[in-house]
Design a protein around this ligand. Structure first.
Ligand SMILES: C[S@@+](CC[C@H](N)C(=O)[O-])C[C@H]1O[C@@H](n2cnc3c(N)ncnc32)[C@H](O)[C@@H]1O
Length: 210
């Protein structure tokens, strides 16, 4: 297990992730606050009503509970993660009526085809071994008409991109080309593909045609 994966399994990180680690590191990487990312996620995923939502690699549930607030009736957000300390922290800090947590591996999702109206994975694909397989799993469980949104690393141009890719790689963090996810979404037949770059992060969303 590499350094990044070991870190995500540490109870000490789970305890400080939502309050300190995530706000500080993601602000440095993207210039965006967690509140901005949460608001944009709910809007991009078009959450409302009784939708079924999957928050893949949910960590301590720092998006899961906020996304669940947009839902009504039978609407639910399932937060899935493989780290037991992260899930224990999610239950402590982010329990909500329309949020539930499941332990699992993003590469082999325990859900039927088309089980969700919206699927997201924020700040995690660069940690997951075989991230493209995990992305295809997200598309598989997305219902026709559903929305998908990811945020992940992005290779900056020039020497800075070369250095950040080498440093990230040494720690076990993958850095993706700009074209990787839009191309994968297009190959899978998704439409409305949108990509935004904020410093070292990319935000990509799309629709599965009805
Ligand atoms: C940096 S946290 C992201 C948490 C949250 N989504 C956010 O944006 O702040 C990355 C999470 O990915 C999870 N993760 C890594 N590999 C995974 C896998 N193969 N299956 C499920 N979760 C995984 C880790 O356990 C960790 O909780």
């Amino acid at each position: 297990m590499n350094l990044a994966r070991r870190t995500m399994n540490a109870p000490a990180l789970a305890a400080v992730y939502e309050r300190a680690w995530r706000p500080a590191l993601f602000y440095l990487a993207s210039g965006r606050s967690m509140d901005t990312d949460r608001r944009d996620a709910a809007r991009t995923l078009r959450l409302c009503g009784p939708k079924r939502v999957l928050d893949l690699a949910c960590g301590p549930g720092n998006f899961t509970r906020h996304l669940s607030r947009e839902l009504t009736g039978e609407g639910r957000v399932i937060g899935l993660d493989y780290s037991e300390p992260m899930l224990a922290q999610a239950i402590r800090d982010n329990t909500a009526a329309r949020a539930a947590y499941v332990r699992g591996d993003a590469r082999t999702l325990p859900f039927a085809d088309g089980a969700f109206d919206a699927v997201c994975c924020f700040g995690a694909l660069y940690l997951i071994p075989d991230p493209l397989r995990a992305t295809r799993e997200m598309i598989r469980v997305l219902a026709p008409g559903g929305r998908i949104a990811i945020s992940t690393s992005h290779r900056a141009p020039g020497w800075f991109g070369t250095v950040s890719t080498a440093v990230g790689g040494a720690g076990g963090l993958r850095v993706f080309d700009t074209a990787t996810f839009p191309a994968l979404f297009a190959e899978a037949g998704l439409t409305d593909i949108d990509q935004q770059i904020h410093r070292l992060l990319q935000y990509v969303s799309a629709t599965r045609p009805a």
